[in-house]
Design a protein around this ligand. Structure first.
Ligand SMILES: [Fe+2]
Ligand SMILES: [Fe+2]
Length: 334
């Protein structure tokens, strides 16, 4: 389709201007992230009563582009200041091997998640349900953003992404669709299964962690970052899911909750290798120019998911602090 030279196709300019200058911390700002989430949702399922033409409304696209510019700028600043994604270290003549090694190091160095440790050992049933509610915003749409990348890549990387997505989408069994399994887990706890029910309480950081997937997946020039993000996401999932499953067992939560997390202990151990080696490795083997984008995407996942986890931990610890001690409660009652 294109008459351009190969290197013309991926503009490298990093957005500098901040279109929404009055937002100090766009990655934590709930209004900012909610606005972007709503604009993205027009590309997924849309909203009841909203004209489907809104998806391609030029004014909304201009608004989306402005928010995305600010978001991408904030992500690049965050990753640069954290130093998570240094330029790929060249160990030989094979850039694909260098990227695989860098992704493996980054995701191993990420360490155990505080949130999953809290869920395993300390969380009450209410806090566990709050966690599911916070994550519902992603899991009820699980893996959908990455599907937008399929038509943008080719060869072995495309085959590997299709294999990973096939798994996420139930491997041919509708009842094993991961989003459906998560909905079943919510249902088993008498929690709503529609995403809109969770939007009022979800943090800006969690919305950012979901929006970043859409930002990378819906902008073709960022497809390398989308796959790097996927690699880091999958590589830091299996062990935390094991801890969360142990927490669910400790709290004697219904089988559907265990089923969802047990499934991910196994599946994501496989997905990690698929995403790092078969998707990102092959992507960079075909186009070494994508190496830095892949690592930027992976670093973004680690940093933004880390922020979302910290926000959730802060909320739990604050709520625990505000809660009266049992002794004080009985005195007040007596
Ligand atoms: Fe999944
Ligand atoms: Fe997965």
């Amino acid at each position: 389709m294109r008459a351009l030279e190969p290197d013309d196709r991926r503009p490298r300019a990093v957005p500098e201007a901040r279109a929404f200058g009055d937002v100090d911390e766009p990655l934590r700002d709930r209004d900012f992230q909610l606005a972007l989430w709503i604009l993205y949702e027009l590309h997924y399922r849309g909203f009841d009563g909203v004209d489907p033409h809104a998806e391609w409304d030029p004014l909304l696209l201009v608004s989306r582009a402005g928010l995305e510019r600010t978001m991408e700028h904030a992500l690049r600043e965050l990753v640069a200041s954290a130093g998570t994604a240094d330029p790929v270290e060249k160990t030989g003549d094979n850039p694909a091997d260098d990227v695989v090694l860098a992704l493996t190091r980054m995701t191993v160095a990420d360490g155990p998640s505080t949130v999953s440790g809290f869920l395993q050992r300390r969380a009450t049933r209410t806090e566990f349900c709050q966690y599911l509610g916070e994550r519902a915003i992603y899991h009820l749409r699980e893996s959908d953003p990455q599907s937008f990348v399929l038509p943008r890549i080719d060869g072995p990387a495309k085959v590997a992404l299709a294999e990973l997505q096939y798994d996420e989408y139930g491997g041919g069994r509708p009842e094993r669709l991961h989003a459906t399994m998560f909905a079943r887990a919510l249902e088993s706890l008498d929690m709503p299964t529609d995403l809109a029910s969770y939007l009022p309480d979800v943090s800006g950081e969690t919305l950012a962690s979901v929006n970043v997937m859409s930002l990378f997946a819906l902008n073709r020039r960022l497809h390398g970052a989308a796959m790097g993000h996927l690699a880091a996401f999958e590589a830091t999932s299996s062990l935390p899911c094991g801890r969360i499953a142990r927490g669910a067992r400790r709290l004697k939560l219904p089988e559907s909750v265990l089923d969802y997390y047990d499934e991910h202990v196994e599946a994501d151990a496989v997905h990690e290798q698929l995403a790092i080696r078969s998707i990102c490795g092959n992507l960079v083997a075909a186009d070494p120019g994508l190496a830095d984008d892949v690592l930027f995407g992976a670093a973004t996942c680690l940093e933004v998911d880390g922020m979302a986890g910290e926000a959730l931990m802060r909320r739990w610890l604050d709520e625990r602090e505000r809660r009266p001690e049992p002794a004080k409660r009985s005195r007040a009652a007596g």
